[in-house]
Each structure stands twice: as structure tokens, then as C-alpha cells.
Design a protein around this ligand. Structure first.
Ligand code: 9MR
Length: 408
């Protein structure tokens, strides 16, 4: 499964030019208060001027094998058509991953294009690929406010929405029952900025069904596949920023309510779409919140990990250095928490990242958010993730499994 692979580039030292670039062309750190942009630029330069080593004793084994050695799972989100049409990419996935995540093949607008019609061709292809290569599979997602098909937006009513949701979950989850490690049952249901006391996002599901749509989704999924780990998945849970702190508190309250009602939820997913150069990261505060989640008896998965380099300078050495540092700092905190059982990147290679379309760089340079570059070579980011797995505490067998389908 694993082949020896050259690292794309070893850890680089910054040239004097690169260092000076960081300090505004040699003007040195500003003596006056920095504007927000200047502050951000200063932070990026500070990070870039302190290159870190992500050296490894060996170029092998793969991320999956390094994770498995600690009782963790590493994998990546992908799509069947990418694996079917790009054999060298498929080979890289087999080399590096123990789990696949359905990035788009099970989104509502892909799998449920008409009220009475499901299209499982792509998802079945991905499931068959996973089964053929003995990879774990996780399904994303069953309830979201995005990617809803037009027919839903034009026909769903308060009288029909509940049955539409139940039928969708029963059909989709039932089809893969026993083959799914876990499901993102409800995705991004929280948005404190919407102003509700419970912090819920104003979504079509909330409007049509009411607050118990979340419980309904989890109970329906549990009946359709008792073996799968059922996950609540969300983003902006990571940083020491007001919006992240508010969502962490709202999620904790939601989880407490669901547990009090014995709702069958076993884990949370932290999407972890990180920002290169973002320094508002408080390890102690995040670690304390993770412990509060774990104390509810829940597992934690890092479900959509990537690091956007959109705000970073064009210089590849600087970009890769800062992106790798973001992976290292985040995983150092997450992997210390025994309840964390899996790390999944949202894509494996820069060749296929949602960020190319959704967060392109202003200089039009290709984005570099993921462990492998466009040519499927391992980057500093790969080294940082590998190092994080190597340094992570070993999970006990019990902590890594929880009744879910943990083997293909
Ligand atoms: O990466 C996904 C992109 O290809 C899709 O067009 C988009 C809309 O369906 O969804 C992207 O994935 C999102 C995921 O489903 C939920 N978390 C945020 C991800 C990035 O937007």
C-alpha cells in the first residue's frame, strides 16, 4: 500500500530577502500601533521569520500508518469521479489514507435530485472503492442548510418537511447500513450571530420543523444504522475569537440538551478549516473546552482539516512554512485529548481542494492548503501532520472505538 515518496521540499530556511520582506522591507517591527491589516501582516511575518523544523527520522510510513500506530484514524474527503478518473491520485489516497469521506457524493443536491428519486451512482462507487481497498468510510452529511435541491426549496412545507427528512435519512443511511464508520448527521446547525438564545442557525429545517429537527435526525439515523457513529459537525470552533467562543458555548449547551434527552449522538466533528497566519489561537482554552465535550461521553473527530493560504504572501517557502505551523499547533492540542479518534483532511492534495474555488488567492497563485502538492508530493504540511501523529499519545483500544464500524 505504501510506496516510498520523496518529500516535495525539505524544511527550508528563509533567505534574508524573505526575512526582510516580512519586516516591511527592512523597516523592522513598527514602533507605532499597527492597523488590523498591518497587525495581520506583522503576525504573518513574525511566523515566517521563525521557520520551524518538521524534520522526520524517516520518510515512511504514511499518515494512515503513523495514525494507526497511535490508535488514531487518518483519512481524507474525496469524490468518486476523482478516484475513477485520476489513477495516480487514487494511488496517493491508497498510500496515505485509512478512511474516505464523501465530500459531495452524498450531498442532498447530488443524491436526492428529485422528490421521489435518489441517485446513488457516485456514492456507491466511492463505497465500493473503499470496500475493495479495505478503507473505512464516513458519510457527509444528512442535514444541512446548503446544497439543498431546488425541489426542496420550492415544495417543502411545515406539513411535509418532517417526512421528507425522515425518508431521506432512512433511504440514505439504510443503503449503507453496517458499512459506515460514522455519519455527519447534522451539519452547521449553530450560528450565534443569528441572535437566537439557543444559538441555532436560522435554517430551512429550523423554520419548517422547529428545534427538534436535530433530535429527529439523530433518532432516525440511529434506527437506520445502529452500528454507525453519529456525529454533529460544525466549523469555527477552533480559535480564540468571539465567534468561535460563542459557537463553542452554544454547542456545549446543545450537546447537554441532547444528552439529557438520551438522543443517540456519539461524537462531534470539528471541521477545522484553519487560516494560515491566524494567531488568535489559545491552546489552554481550546483544550479545556475539548475536555468539557469529552466529559459528556462524546468522541471528537477532526473532520475537514485544511489550512487556507489565501492571506499569505506568494513565496512558497513562507506559505508552506506557515501552513505547516498551523497544522502542527492545532493537532498538538487536539491529539492530546484522548476523546479525539480521527483526523480527516478536506482533500488530500492541492490538486483537488475546495479552496481553489471558494478561497482563491488574489495573486491567482495555486492554493497550497493540503498535505500533498499538485504533483502528489509530500509537503511541509505532510511532515507537520506526520510529526503530530508521531508525537501523539497512544489511544487505548477502548477509547478509539465506540460501537461504530471501525473495520471495513
Ligand atoms: O468541498 C465542498 C464543495 O466541493 C461543495 O461545492 C460545497 C457545497 O456543497 O461543500 C464543500 O464542503 C463543505 C462541507 O460540505 C461542509 N463544511 C464546509 C465545506 C466547505 O464549504
Amino acid at each position: 500500500m505504501s510506496q516510498s515518496s520523496r518529500l516535495a521540499e525539505p524544511m527550508v530556511r528563509l533567505t534574508r530577502r524573505q526575512f526582510l520582506w516580512g519586516m516591511g522591507g527592512g523597516m523592522g517591527a513598527a514602533a507605532v500601533p499597527l492597523s488590523r491589516t498591518a497587525y495581520h501582516g506583522y503576525q504573518i511575518n513574525r511566523l515566517a521569520s521563525q521557520p520551524r523544523s518538521f524534520a522526520l527520522s524517516s520518510l515512511e510510513p504514511s499518515l494512515a500508518e503513523r495514525a494507526a500506530a497511535k490508535g488514531l484514524i487518518y483519512g481524507a474527503a474525496t469524490q468518486h469521479h476523482l478516484l475513477a478518473n485520476d489513477p495516480e491520485f487514487a494511488e496517493a489516497v491508497l498510500r496515505e489514507c485509512q478512511m474516505l469521506v464523501t465530500e459531495n457524493d452524498l450531498q442532498w443536491n447530488q443524491v436526492h435530485p428529485d422528490p421521489e428519486r435518489f441517485d446513488f451512482a457516485a456514492a456507491d462507487g466511492l463505497a465500493e472503492f473503499a470496500q475493495m481497498h479495505q478503507l473505512l468510510l464516513r458519510g457527509h452529511n444528512l442535514v444541512w442548510h446548503n446544497s439543498l435541491p431546488d425541489w426542496f426549496k420550492t415544495t417543502a412545507t411545515p406539513q411535509t418537511a418532517r417526512q421528507i427528512l425522515v425518508n431521506h435519512i432512512q433511504t440514505v443511511v439504510g443503503r449503507y447500513a453496517g458499512r459506515m464508520h460514522s455519519w455527519d448527521v447534522v451539519n452547521e446547525a449553530l450560528l450565534p450571530a443569528d441572535g437566537r438564545a439557543d444559538g441555532l442557525r436560522q435554517t430551512p429545517w429550523l423554520e419548517l420543523i422547529g428545534t427538534d429537527y436535530i433530535e429527529l435526525a439523530f433518532r432516525t439515523a440511529a434506527e437506520a444504522d445502529p452500528a454507525a457513529l453519529l456525529v454533529y459537525n460544525d466549523f469555527e470552533l477552533d480559535y480564540d475569537r468571539p465567534q468561535d467562543q460563542a459557537k463553542r458555548m452554544a454547542l456545549l449547551r446543545l450537546l447537554e440538551r441532547l444528552k439529557q434527552r438520551d438522543v443517540p449522538i456519539q461524537a462531534i466533528g470539528m471541521q477545522a478549516h484553519l487560516w494560515g497566519g491566524e494567531t488568535r489561537f489559545n491552546a489552554a482554552k481550546l483544550s479545556s473546552w475539548l475536555e468539557q465535550v469529552a466529559s459528556l461521553g462524546l468522541k471528537i473527530l477532526v473532520t475537514e482539516l485544511d489550512v487556507t493560504d489565501q492571506p499569505l504572501p506568494q513565496d512558497l517557502a513562507i506559505r508552506d512554512q506557515i501552513v505547516a505551523g498551523a497544522y502542527a499547533d492545532y493537532l498538538a492540542v487536539l491529539l492530546e485529548q484522548p476523546a479525539v479518534i480521527a483526523v480527516l483532511t478536506w482533500g488530500l492534495s492541492d490538486r483537488y481542494s475546495w479552496l481553489a474555488e471558494f478561497a482563491p488567492r488574489s495573486d491567482s497563485a495555486a492554493v497550497r492548503p493540503l498535505p500533498l502538492d499538485q504533483h502528489l508530493q509530500r509537503k511541509l504540511a505532510w511532515q507537520a501532520i506526520a510529526q503530530a501523529f508521531d508525537q501523539a499519545p497512544v489511544r487505548t483500544k477502548q477509547s478509539a472505538t465506540s460501537g461504530a464500524a471501525t473495520s471495513p
